[in-house]
Each structure stands twice: as structure tokens, then as C-alpha cells.
Design a protein. Structure first.
Length: 246
């Protein structure tokens, strides 16, 4: 794909913001009419809450596919977030990590948890505003899902599980206020560095699964996981804090 002159606002194969659905969304939301601070915040809120937390077919889906799915996790939401930012002229970059799979325990259980790699590819987005880089990770869990966890674990501060790893579950600081936001940072166990785009990161580090594990995940396991996430979000899944969260 032909890149723009400015690499940190460039379209790529994954950041396919020229797709009609993405352009239509930008026009509908009137993001180009907002100043940079408001634009970032509005796009952040859209990716956080309109794109609910869930598990897509693959980490390396293009932004237009994530938008069509209407759900995503850290890596797929990051791709969509970056595409929308760049499409509206906001410079951004990709920061890759691995996280310990314990962070996902509860949202992933049983066979799915057993098959998951110990170290899971993770990412957040860094956005350039007013001469500095802001680290944004708090868009991963939608407010309804996070709110359900907060109600189920009302006495928890430091928390690891169900897709969250935060020093304070009740006040994790995920709202856009022009500063860093995190919701899984405490689960990070390896820093893989900063990349101009997700394409270059995945070209170097690959995705989370391959072979039979990938086949099982795509066709069976992720559907179990998404049903469980939906039950957690709606508050209909019993959770036993002593066993599943710490």
C-alpha cells in the first residue's frame, strides 16, 4: 500500500482508513470539526465503548474489519484506534509488549486458558499531542464490562484477572484527560519497543497463536470466550473472587 509522506499519519495495510466504512464513521461523528484534544478524546471514547471488549478472529485484522466486528481486545482495538487517529490527522505510534496470561484468567478458563501461551502479545497506542507522547491503554475494556467487574469485586484495589491488571480496580484512571491511561499495564512482563505501525510490529514478532492452537481458537474457543465476556458484562456469570481474582 502506498504510504503518505508523513509516516505517523500514514495508512498501511492494517491501518486501512481509506475504507468507505471508516470514512463514513469519521463524517458521521464530525471528528474533523473538533480540536486535537477533543478529537483524540472522542475517538478514544468510541473505541473504548462503542467497540466492546471481545476476541476477534486474529490479532492482525485491518481496522475496517475490527470496526465491522464491533468488538476487540488490546491489539485489534489498538489497530482501529490508530487508523481513526491517523485518518483525522493525529500522529500516533504502536508500542508492543507481552503480558502474563494470568491477566486473562476468569475471562478465559478451562481449555482456552490451558492452550493460551504463557506470554501473550499486547500493545497500547501512543499519541502525539502538544509536543509530547501520551500512552493510551485504557480503551481496552468497555465501561459496561469494567463496571461489572467493579460491582463484583467492590473491595478490590490491586487486581489481576478478567482482562484487567491495575493497582486500583475501583479507580483505574481510564478516562481521557490528556494524560496516560492504563488498564492492563500491571500485567506486562516484556517491553518489545515502539513501532511506527502494527504492520511492522507483527512482521517482526508475529501473533499469539499458530498451528492447531490457532485453528481451535478461531473456530471454537474464541466463541466460548466471547460468550463468557458477554455474561460477565451483563452480570449473569457467577464470579468467585477467592479463586479467580487476586
Amino acid at each position: 500500500m502506498k504510504r503518505h509522506a508523513a509516516p505517523l499519519t500514514a495508512a498501511t495495510t492494517l491501518l486501512d482508513y481509506h475504507q468507505p466504512a471508516i470514512q463514513a464513521l469519521i463524517a458521521q461523528r464530525r471528528w474533523l470539526a473538533l480540536d486535537a484534544y477533543q478529537r483524540i478524546g472522542s475517538i478514544y471514547d468510541f473505541v473504548r465503548n462503542d467497540i466492546r471488549f471481545g476476541y476477534n478472529l486474529d490479532d492482525t485484522l485491518p481496522a475496517s474489519r475490527v470496526l465491522a466486528d464491533g468488538m476487540g481486545q488490546c491489539n485489534t482495538k489498538a489497530t482501529l484506534f490508530m487508523a481513526l487517529l491517523r485518518a483525522t490527522g493525529i500522529e500516533c505510534r504502536f508500542h508492543g509488549f507481552t503480558i502474563d496470561k494470568a491477566l486473562q484468567k476468569g475471562a478465559i478458563t478451562g481449555l482456552a486458558y490451558a492452550l493460551a501461551p504463557r506470554n501473550i502479545i499486547h500493545s497500547w497506542v501512543e499519541v502525539h499531542l502538544a509536543g509530547r507522547w501520551i500512552q493510551l491503554e485504557g480503551f481496552i475494556l468497555d465501561a459496561a464490562y469494567l463496571g461489572s467487574l467493579q460491582r463484583r469485586f467492590p473491595d478490590q484495589t490491586a487486581f489481576c484477572g478478567f482482562g484487567a491488571a491495575t493497582p486500583n480496580l475501583q479507580a483505574p484512571g481510564v478516562q481521557w484527560q490528556g494524560t496516560d491511561t492504563y488498564i492492563q499495564k500491571e500485567g506486562i512482563n516484556r517491553d518489545l519497543g515502539v513501532f511506527a505501525d502494527p504492520d511492522s510490529f507483527y512482521a517482526r514478532h508475529g501473533a499469539n497463536l499458530s498451528g492447531l492452537q490457532r485453528w481451535l481458537y478461531q473456530r471454537i474457543i474464541r466463541h466460548w470466550m466471547n460468550r463468557k465476556v458477554a455474561h460477565i458484562r451483563s452480570g449473569t456469570l457467577p464470579i468467585t473472587p477467592s479463586r479467580e481474582a487476586h
